[in-house]
Ligand binder design. Structure first.
Ligand code: EPZ
Length: 436
């Protein structure tokens, strides 16, 4: 299979403005939610990324009609959906395919979905998703009922339930919300995830007539409704993680960049850390400017990832790159995923001085990155390596770059508009790309 790499000649200070696209982790849940509607709807600010293209193809494979009005706008009509089964190869391409479990269970009272693909940062179970469905009356959600990797769910009827998640889970929260929208009676999700994308999916569901309260807090209450109406237009929120990645790219190149079309409060965990390190981070109404005052020293710090409003795990690799360039010893504690430091050996090829102990990384700062050929081990790791390559004097190659394009829209043109020297070059890759 012909893959490609990003060739980056670093050392330029990024400057200017870059606009953030729609949120990947919101739109994937929203596309699944759209499959529950009884009518056409229009979705705006959809990011032009490969995960969305896969999810759209998956929805089309169910029979939904999805028309691309333009690169960021979809007209969706799911009334032609003719099956509650999704088990083809598309399902294992992206993890978010599991949202169809909640959506199809809500729509049909049945769902037969292949278990999602694995990833490379440790175990990614879906036991909490299945527990929620089981509590709502679904059969087939017990581990011993899963045959040949297909989760066969049926509920007659699907009823409301009190669901306590002992681990905060974005996916399980969204999946439970989807099913609960059409369940008979009331559902309460306790210890729910509170990420911006959870709120966006809830707002989208409420736009179609769902009755969801408390999204963005620990407890979400849902009253099931028999019908979800279409005939509305919805715009996806800006991508918090894309925005944070450009904030880091600006900082590591010693640049001065204004990131626009974002929600500053969503960025506060990263903004606060960057200010603590010595960067200037100025919040606008829907923008953030990042730069370093002349003569300002940049000091290292400690970071602990946690569910929102904690520090986002999806900005962890990018922030380790920031720590590499700061004065002193920094620590990164990865508290969400079992192991999310697979990118460290790639950064070490570029001169990073990092020691990993299970979920902790000790980062010795004041590294001057040197150019190298490195592998994007997953989406956000790839983004971190792009940041390191932008800071490294000389030419680097980041292979398996299709993994970066899963979640970053038009990254080459966006970085070029800020003064980066980056281009896509062919690179033979025998391994089929799998979702990270
Ligand atoms: C979502 O994954 C995001 N993906 C991830 O972003 C993100 O890292 C993660 O949330 C945490 O914020 C999408 O939204 C498509 P979780 P998800 O369920 O929902 C454990 C990116 O780069 N867990 O919140 O799969 C799990 O193992 C991607 O955009 C269970 O034990 O994450 C993890 O330790 C990478 N049982 C923790 O919970 C379950 O049933 C959080 O996982 C579910 C999860």
């Amino acid at each position: 299979m012909n893959n490609y790499a990003y060739k980056i000649t670093g050392g330029n200070r990024l400057s200017g403005e870059v606009e953030i696209s729609g949120s990947k982790n919101a739109v994937l849940g929203i596309l699944a939610a759209a499959m529950m509607v009884d009518g056409p709807l229009t979705l705006e600010n959809v990011p032009d990324i490969s995960d969305v293209r896969v999810m759209v193809e998956l929805c089309r494979s169910l029979g939904a009609e999805i028309e691309e009005i333009d690169v960021h706008t979809l007209k969706i009509d799911p009334r032609t959906i003719c099956t509650y089964k999704a088990s083809g190869s598309l399902v294992s391409k992206i993890r978010a395919s599991y949202y169809l479990m909640g959506a199809l269970l809500g729509r049909f009272g049945k769902a037969a979905i292949r278990l999602p693909g694995g990833c490379n940062f440790g175990d990614r179970p879906i036991d909490l998703h299945l527990k929620a469905f089981q509590l709502m009356g679904a059969k087939g959600a017990r581990p011993n009922e899963i045959e040949a990797g297909i989760v066969n769910l049926s509920a007659n009827p699907l009823h409301g339930a009190k669901i306590y998640f002992d681990i905060v889970s974005v996916g399980a929260t969204i999946n439970a919300m989807l099913a609960a929208c059409k369940a008979d009676g009331r559902t309460e999700i306790i210890n729910a995830a509170k990420e911006p994308h959870i709120v966006d999916v809830a707002n989208f569901l409420n736009a179609m007539g769902a009755r969801i309260k408390g999204a963005g807090t620990d407890t979400i209450k849902i009253t099931g409704v028999p019908f979800l109406k279409g005939d509305f237009t919805y715009s996806v929120i800006p991508d918090q993680i894309e925005a944070g990645t450009y904030m880091v790219a600006a900082a590591v190149t010693g640049g001065d960049v204004t990131i626009t079309n974002l929600i500053p409060t969503h960025m506060e965990p990263l903004s606060a850390k960057m200010r603590e390190m010595g960067y200037t981070v100025e919040d606008g109404d829907d923008s953030i400017r990042v730069y370093k005052q002349e003569g300002e020293e940049i000091y290292s710090t400690n970071v602990k990832t946690a569910p929102y409003p904690g520090f986002p795990t999806d900005l962890q690799p990018q922030t380790v790159v920031l720590l590499c360039l700061a004065d002193g010893m920094g620590r990164m504690h990865e508290n969400v995923w079992q192991s999310r430091f697979q990118y460290v050996p790639e950064l070490q090829k570029m001169g990073a001085n990092i020691n990993v102990f299970e979920r902790h990384a000790l980062v010795n700062g004041i590294t001057r990155f040197k150019p190298a050929t490195v592998v994007a081990t997953d989406l956000r790791a790839g983004a971190a390596l792009v940041c390191a390559a932008l800071a490294a004097e000389g030419t680097s190659y980041i292979t398996h770059a299709s993994r970066i394009d899963r979640g970053y829209e038009h990254i080459v043109s966006k970085l070029r508009s800020l003064g980066a020297e980056i281009e896509r070059v062919d690179y033979e890759d025998p391994n089929e790309d799998t979702e990270a």
